[in-house]
Write a new protein. Structure first.
Length: 638
């Protein structure tokens, strides 16, 4: 069962002061209009409990289903949170007594009544979760909060700005309603300030206007404008001078973001910022650091990146240690742990650890903190350690407690620590090899090399071949869809040589041998161009994980303009806004129903893709993480 943190007020967003206070003079809340969810139906919970107890041999319509993980995690409450910069973890938060309405609006935009919508027996309602009989459903905040942002207005509005629309439920007629544009102000624009401190509240708009409707259909790839995204020119056409690397992101980030980064960088210019990881290949942290470290140096910050090394026993112990911290059943010997500590002691003597702020990523180099000489040290945890083995966490906490602070990807991912803890979600680099634009010729060459034909809709899931990602459940959902639509399934990932993953891969290869429309690709960890091409060629991207960390796969797919159908695990529910950028499901039947719904309503696919791309632009681009990193440096080194 996944562990979810308690919700916070879903209707207000506050800029927190560095000391965590929200009652600073002049601070005001920026109110965000949300969508009301349908009230949970207790009959759905009863129906799901009955199905969970039945044997999982035959699916809907008599389709044979493979044995797969059938976990029913509790209903997520991550969308009841609004992202806050450097939000402390574990503190009590004020709750609003009642929901507030957007300014100058008669009422919030409501979703249609769930009783009047066509639903399949396998569809899962997010508001209901399995529980003991006789116990009432948990209270769900009736709104989907979006990040509080100042929208563009008038002539400053970017070309091709996508309309904010909510897809209607299947078989419902009529036009979709537009989401109201948050903070669209009819009056004059407020005067710009210099560097806005986190303690200062953002000005609240005095009124709201209707969202401007798009003058033409949204393109299938959902780029920033009606046509293709303009290429990034490294040199100025007029003067021949090279543009700054940070200036490239003005084309993709929200207006004003790069200027805000430049103002923050002025406050920490000349400071020494060190990242320490266990390697330079693989993992989301390494992908992000390849882009952020050069940018920080370009901004005048002395940023460096060091890696730890060791023998095979050191790496084996480090992998086992992280698996145990993630909650897996692993056995760690005292000799192995002692070898891990001693090897990191040798790394500390070889590496230059002198910096104003040292950010140590994950568990492999964590014991370097014992050799700290000065400056502030922060442990950056990219995985969920809330369910770590008790004995392993007791050992590891002796090192984690020596840090000045800890940073986690999501609320609820943290373990028990006596140091300040903050939340900074990860991000993607839109110009990396995994996310950059591909020309039609590149797409044809890559897909041809992979032997992937585009003669029918493609369902694509990218991720390691592990039980936690439930690839067998994806195959079962494909089989249910195949009875109604001629589709092709592509499963791409790595096996990493582990016996359990190799056994799962052999099962998938057997399925692919029997069905020519199931393609299984074992790709190396560095196959970023191949993953990029597969996600861009996909009609629908799946991420049906039952247990995972933050997993930026949905954000990568949404940036490419694709709707995502994912499970309730880790950070998937934080990235996927249900019924707006994709769907979140509990079961195989629910995934199959949502796939069929999109294939039956093809106009929803580009519309959801456009909404997903805008959601990633606001919340999951590397520019947002740069702002958070700079704010962390200012906060901890002042």
């Amino acid at each position: 069962m996944a562990c979810w943190s308690s919700p916070v007020p879903a209707g207000a967003f506050r800029w927190r002061s560095w000391c965590g206070r929200t009652d600073a003079p002049g601070s005001e809340a920026v109110h965000v209009l949300g969508l009301r969810r349908a009230a949970p139906d207790p009959r759905r919970a009863c129906a799901r409990r009955a199905r969970a107890a039945a044997p999982a041999r035959r699916g809907a319509g008599g389709v044979d289903l493979l044995p797969h993980v059938r976990l029913l995690p509790p209903a997520p409450r991550l969308h009841d949170r609004l992202r806050q910069r450097l939000r402390p973890v574990g503190r009590a938060r004020d709750r609003r007594s009642r929901p507030r309405r957007a300014p100058r609006r008669r009422r919030p935009v409501r979703l249609p009544d769930a009783r009047g919508a066509a639903r399949a027996s396998g569809d899962d309602r997010p508001g209901s979760s399995p529980g003991p009989r006789g116990r009432g459903p948990r209270r769900v905040r009736p709104r989907i909060p979006l990040p509080a942002v100042a929208h563009r207005r008038g002539a400053a509005r970017a070309r091709g700005h996508h309309p904010r629309r909510v897809p209607r439920r299947p078989l419902e007629r009529g036009r979709e309603r537009n989401l109201s544009a948050h903070h669209r102000d009819a009056g004059p624009r407020a005067p710009r300030r210099g560097l806005r401190r986190v303690a200062a509240g953002r000005a609240r708009s005095t009124g709201a206007r209707r969202a401007v409707r798009a003058g033409r259909p949204v393109p299938d790839d959902a780029r920033a404008g009606p046509g293709a995204t303009p290429r990034v020119h490294r040199r100025d056409a007029g003067r021949g001078t090279r543009m700054s690397r940070i200036d490239d992101y003005r084309r993709v980030a929200r207006p004003g973001t790069v200027d805000f980064i430049l103002k923050l960088a002025e406050q920490v210019k000349g400071r020494r910022f060190l990242h320490v990881t266990g390697g330079r290949l693989g993992g989301g942290a390494a992908e992000t650091l390849r882009a952020t470290v050069p940018i920080l140096n370009e901004l005048g910050i002395d940023a460096r990146w060091e890696i730890t090394g060791g023998d095979s026993a050191y790496y084996a112990t480090a992998r086992t240690l992280q698996a145990a911290l993630e909650g897996a059943e692993r056995v760690l010997s005292e000799e192995g742990l002692a070898r891990w500590v001693d090897m990191n002691g040798l790394n500390a003597k070889k590496l230059d650890l002198d910096a104003d702020l040292t950010l140590v990523h994950d568990s492999q180099p964590a014991s370097l903190v014992s050799a700290r000489s000065g400056g502030r040290w922060v442990w950056r945890c990219h995985f969920d350690c809330s369910s770590a083995q008790a004995g392993t966490w007791t050992f590891f906490r002796t090192f984690a407690g020596q840090y000045d602070a800890a940073v986690f990807s999501l609320p609820g991912f943290e373990g028990r620590l006596g140091i300040p803890m903050y939340v900074v979600p990860p991000s993607i680099d839109p110009f990396s090899e995994r996310n950059r634009d591909l020309t039609p010729r590149e797409m044809t060459e890559i897909l041809g090399a992979l032997r992937i034909a585009r003669d029918k809709p493609l369902l694509v899931q990218v991720g390691p071949f592990a039980r936690a990602n439930d690839p067998l459940g994806v195959v079962n959902a494909y089989r249910l869809v195949k009875k109604h639509h001629d589709v092709r399934l592509v499963l791409a990932g790595t096996a990493d040589g582990e016996p359990e993953r190799l056994e799962l891969l052999s099962q998938l290869l057997e399925v692919a041998h029997e069905d020519p429309d199931v393609v299984v690709l074992e790709l190396p960890a560095e196959a970023h161009r191949q993953v990029n091409a597969l996600q861009r060629a996909a009609t629908i991207v799946l991420q049906k994980s039952v247990r995972t960390g933050f997993d930026l796969g949905p954000a990568e797919a949404m940036w490419k303009g694709k709707p995502v159908i994912g499970g309730y695990a880790g950070g998937l529910a934080q990235q996927i806004i249900a019924n707006v950028t994709g769907y979140t499901v509990y079961s195989v039947e629910g995934a199959a129903f949502r796939i069929r719904h999109l294939l039956n309503n093809p106009e929803l696919i580009p519309r959801m893709g456009a909404a997903g791309r805008e959601h990633v632009r606001r919340s999951f681009l590397i520019t947002r993480e740069l702002v958070d990193d700079l704010a962390l440096v200012i906060h901890l080194t002042r």
